[in-house]
Design a protein around this ligand. Sequence first.
Ligand code: ZN
Length: 202
Amino acid sequence: MSLSADQIAADLRRFIVPSYPEIEIRVEPWEQDPTRLAIYFTDAKFTVLYPYQRWHYLTHLIPEEYQSANLENTLWFEMAPGENPEDLRYPDIELIDEITPDVMRCLIGSRFFEFLDNVMCPQATDEPRCECWGDFRNSRPILLARGFKEEELFDVLHVLMRAGGFCDCEILYNAVEESRLKAEYWTARAEGRSPYDPHASK
Ligand SMILES: [Zn+2]
């Protein structure tokens, strides 16, 4: 027996509101196919995030068993206030995977990862560090300064997200083989210290 739209909305609020206290969640039959439920998430925190990032953060808050039991056939729309479902641009995953090797070559050639590491984890220990806000606000200006164009950032950042880099620090932890930030993390773990957390002040 499947849950009602109201029940799903209530469950989702229970999972998500602790992390997104202001989120609006609406669940209703999808206009284009009323046999399926559409779930509309709206939050001001989504403004600076790509829909794929928004989805990533939401899906991690909802238990997997709940998702496979109740949400398999649902459509999700993750919006910032003022946006509509048709404004949302999702990546073509096949295309992103196809361009990944070339994009990574361009990124390495541009020394983007080194420059990002330099601001997130400067070599000189007395230099202030840029913190991570769970988005790409440190990466964007570096990419632009290293020769990438604004209209290329969608592809570039989605390649990095597919590699596990959903924010500035995760790029250095997950999307690149070596970084000072990652090395420092593992040194701390190996020595039984709690690693520096770039998200700490949030
Ligand atoms: Zn981060």
